[in-house]
Design a protein around this ligand. Structure first.
Ligand code: TXA
Ligand code: MG
Length: 324
């Protein structure tokens, strides 16, 4: 069972776990978050695993200050204005990523945008001490309601995590409002802890609402993760000139012929595989092979999400429709 420590006494223990690539449930002003180091793929994969999130949905990167935010993303003037007006607070801004920002691609589900938020209280102190952004979705099992007390977190996730930091009931109790920069306008992606009207008053402009399919559910476009190379899944053999993306210790027939080879996890660890997936797909794509053959990955645990991403990457490339 997870240890519950008050926010006054938990800082060093939380830092040690995060530095070791583990996850920690922390209070924020909105809801409790399940936090991991956003630059550490294993830590980020553990978040998905602990939540049992069936698909990789991008996570919010939490920052300590404006300097950290600007190292991660490119701010347009309106978004900057909102950050200065509402941070720290329950506002999340979706912005273009700054290239080379060190964020693990699992955090953003491989998108070129990133969701940023500066939380109040313990989370902010923790991030400042760690010196790195924290990826954190709400600290609840997938499909359950967000937790607003440490006890609710422990009852739900206690068997799967080591530490819940108790900061009392979260003051906002509702997730952050998410706004996305779109040209010289801003779009409301998720209503939340700051009313849309407050945001509109601050920028002197109405927010765009609704809109193009897929925006609210990024990463759900069938071909979103498609590399330049074709993808051939569940490969039992390797063809001439194919690159091979492996899993586990059993190799596909003819693997020595592969033009390039990377193994998602020699040990067959799905968490390790999840944290390597996007980067390895990108690296094999850069090898110039026309096809990437992929060894079978089991469907249990994080395997479902890995297979989901692999099949999206293998889907017909002209498909821009969201899939169920
Ligand atoms: O208040 C909150 O926002 C809480 C606390 C812990 O900070 N976090 C939270 O995270 O609600 P989560 O994972 O439950 O919701 C994050 C939402 C998801 O709907 C995700 O699709 C969206 O943010 N999101 C993340 N990155 C995005 C991006 N690059 N573009 C569009 N939406 C994004
Ligand atoms: Mg949530």
């Amino acid at each position: 069972m997870a240890e519950i420590l008050s926010s006054g006494e938990a800082l060093e223990r939380a830092l040690a776990l995060l530095r070791a690539g583990d996850v920690v449930a922390i209070p924020t002003e909105t809801v409790y978050g399940l936090a991991g180091d956003a630059t550490n793929g294993i830590g980020v994969a553990r978040i998905f695993e602990a939540k049992g999130r069936p698909r990789f949905n991008p996570l919010i990167a939490h920052v300590a200050d404006m300097a950290m935010a600007e190292r991660l993303a490119l701010f347009d003037p309106l978004s900057k204005k909102l950050a200065l007006a509402f941070w720290p607070g329950p506002l999340t801004l979706v912005l273009p990523q700054r290239p080379g920002n060190g964020i693990h691609p699992l955090v953003t589900a491989g998108l070129d945008t990133i969701a940023l938020r500066m939380p109040r209280g313990f989370g902010g102190d923790l991030i400042a001490r760690l010196g790195r952004p924290l990826a954190a979705p709400s600290a609840n099992s997938s499909g359950k309601i967000s937790a607003t007390t440490a006890q609710a977190v422990a009852a739900d996730l206690g068997a799967r995590i080591k530490l819940v930091v108790d900061g009392g009931a979260t003051p906002v109790g509702l997730e952050s409002t998410i706004v996305k920069a779109e040209g010289d306008r801003l779009r409301l992606l998720r209503p939340g802890g700051i009313a849309a009207e407050e945001i509109e008053a601050a920028i002197g402009m109405e927010l765009l609402r609704g809109g193009a399919a897929g925006i609210e559910a990024p990463g759900m476009l069938a071909s979103h993760y498609a590399p330049g190379a074709a993808m051939r899944l569940n490969a039992g053999t390797v063809g001439e000139g194919e690159a091979l993306l492996g899993f586990g210790s059993q190799r596909a027939d003819g693997w020595r012929r592969a033009a390039a080879f990377l193994n998602l996890s020699e040990a067959g660890d799905l968490r390790e595989a999840a944290s390597n997936l996007f980067a390895y797909m990108q690296e094999l794509d850069r090898s110039g092979a026309r096809t990437i053959a992929v060894e079978p990955v089991p469907f249990d645990g994080l395997g479902e999400a890995i297979n989901d991403r692999l099949s999206r990457a293998a889907a017909p490339r002209d498909n821009t429709q969201p899939t169920p």
